[in-house]
Write a protein that binds this ligand. Sequence first.
Ligand code: SF4
Length: 224
Amino acid sequence: MTVHPLLNVAATHVGTRALGPGVRSVVWVQGCPFHCPECLAPEWIPDRPARQAGPAELAAELLADPRVTGLTLSGGEPMRQAAGLAELVRHAREIRDVSVISFTGYRRERLLARPPSQGVPDLLAVVDVLIDGLYVAGLNDGRGLRGSTNQRIHHLSPRLEDSGYDFANRARDAEIAVNGPETLLIGVAPRGLGAVFETAVDKVRASMRGADTSSPSPGEEGRP
Ligand code: SF4
């Protein structure tokens, strides 16, 4: 009997236009072996338990919005949870034939030669666009879906090649999602937006605490 692994999920978002062509849903996994200086999601680096989600359950949740035509996998490091993510994509495509974009800090050559987890070949087989390489803040040119110019765009299938979406050079989009006390900055943020966002959230939280000292503390803030 095959045992399907649970995913350790830092955050999800259903329905964004900031992380690839069309309307997409996003999964950010918890845990990353890299420590890129100025990583925009440092709270998702620790390999600690977060939300434990079954791939089938998560697929249904992410595709609940009928406008969603794609999934984007980010983190954290997706290739450390490749088996669960491959299973997620398999379930999602039983619901709708979604395109799949995955970020990874590993270079593609390393993934092929020495996969860092068991399901990497299965995941690469269902990913349409792989954006590989570590984030290098000094090479962040403020453009494209990749965070820095050393990162590469690999079309592993032809599905999004003629989509007209310029993965490498397009002007960046970012969206801010607010869910109660939690805020989420979605997208590869234009340079400087992360710091502005942090400052704005801190100010709002401070004013909320000042207005109602009996309120519970705001929850964790997620930020890709
Ligand atoms: S690979 Fe991505 S998530 Fe991991 S430390 Fe680098 S920028 Fe952060």
